[in-house]
Write a protein that binds this ligand. Structure first.
Ligand code: PMP
Length: 396
């Protein structure tokens, strides 16, 4: 008997096209404890409300074990959805629990929207630069991702109008508060202009807002979802990652009814539902504690860390560098002067036990070699000062 062994079929093209990233490999080296890293986009772990979260898990497991260890509905825990809806309604975005779908982080929300809305070849507009994993998500869905020019205030409405007319997009993806990677916040008049473009050209807006609750200065800006022009075409994505714990993998999505239904069906096919026990613990935590009391501690610490970073940057960076001053969130966006290449300098930085993320991968087009993202959340002000002294040597 002859035995032939046929090769297995190749991986799908979309799986192959996401190759290894040299930046990711260098950043893997920053896990060493001696490295002061401005690279990670992580919330500060010492600020997790760990004891209270542990108590919430203990309570739901003791009080309702048969319920919280069981399968549950795709839409999510009613108490958690009601708590999210109440929080939004309290901030002038009238929302009922039926408008909310609980997701496995807002990252899953992005994937569900892509499944529900995007056909291969459809155009998705993004800020340039934008959140890297959103680029990957829309890319996986087969979208043609088209960048919209931005300035210090985010997406430029006139440029958006022009691109929308030319490209006939289906979806515009925005991070309007303390954007990842730039830390920029879109002002209200631009939110209005964006909503009007969406109304005029008939497109969806995905308003991804994992950082809005981390405002430690200034006035919060209304969501695009709350503007009448775009209320019927905007999806608001929220997350518990930056305000409670990213490890719990809890987010939510607020969308008009027909799209929400499509996302529920897409989620059913993806994972049936988000972890019952994690949702129940989060709902218990929100019922027993005032989230804003916890957030005030986080905001106070982040403000001090941002201040330490901003105070040290002039001495650390080459003259001619520019950066912004975010009123919240986790990131400062730096632009080195002409001739500096943030990607090429990263290995030198890591050699000095300090790290940042080069801006390059965040651009859908026309990357700026001198751009880099600095996160200020995971180190104390003293560590930030030391990190900046090390960074100064990299540019010396
Ligand atoms: N959107 C943006 C803009 C982000 O920065 C992140 C995480 N860093 C996410 C979505 C995903 O967050 P999560 O899935 O943890 O909610």
């Amino acid at each position: 008997m002859t035995s032939t062994r046929a090769a297995v079929p190749a991986l799908a093209q979309r799986a192959v096209s996401v190759g290894a990233s040299p930046v990711r490999e260098i950043l893997a080296l920053t896990a060493r404890p001696e490295v002061i890293s401005f690279a990670g986009g992580l919330p500060a772990p010492e600020l997790f409300d760990a004891a209270a979260i542990a108590e919430a898990y203990a309570r739901v497991l003791a009080e309702q074990p048969h319920k919280v260890l069981q399968y549950s509905t795709t839409e999510g825990d009613p108490a958690l959805r009601a708590a999210v809806a109440a929080r939004l309604s309290g901030r002038d975005l009238a929302t009922g629990m039926d408008d909310i779908l609980v997701t496995g982080g807002s990252q899953q929300g992005l994937a569900l929207i892509a499944t529900a809305l995007i056909e291969p070849g459809d155009v998705v507009l993004v800020e340039n630069p934008t959140y890297l994993a959103a680029l990957q998500c829309f890319g996986f869905a087969g979208a043609r991702v088209v960048p919209v020019p931005t300035d210090a205030y985010g997406v430029i409405p006139e440029a958006l109008e022009e691109v929308a007319r030319r490209e006939r997009p289906k979806l515009l993806y925005l991070v309007p508060n303390f954007q990842n990677p730039t830390g920029r916040t879109l002002p209200l008049e631009r939110r209005r202009a964006v909503a009007e473009v969406a109304e005029r050209h008939g497109l969806w807006i995905a308003e991804d807002d994992p950082y809005g609750d981390l405002r430690f200065e200034g006035e919060s800006v209304p969501w695009i979802s709350a503007l009448p022009e775009a209320a019927d075409r905007t999806i608001l994505l929220g997350s518990f990652s930056k305000i409670m714990s990213p490890g719990m993998r809890l987010g939510w999505l607020r969308a008009p009814a027909a799209l929400l239904r499509a996302c529920v069906i897409a989620k059913q096919a993806a994972d049936l539902h988000t972890s019952t026990v994690d949702q129940a613990a989060a709902a218990r935590y929100l019922a027993d504690h005032d989230l804003d009391v916890h957030l005030d501690r986080v905001r106070t610490a982040y403000r001090a860390r941002r201040d330490a970073l901003l105070a040290g940057l002039p001495a650390a960076l080459p003259s001619g560098s520019t950066w912004n001053r975010p009123e919240g969130g986790m990131f400062v966006w730096v632009r080195l002067p002409a001739g500096y290449d943030a990607t090429a300098l990263l290995p030198t930085a890591v050699g000095h036990n300090v790290a940042y993320v080069p801006g390059l991968p965040f651009f859908a087009e026309a990357p700026e070699a001198g751009a880099l993202r600095m996160s200020f959340t995971t180190h104390t002000p003293e560590e930030i000062e030391e990190g900046l002294r090390r960074l100064a040597k990299v540019f010396a």
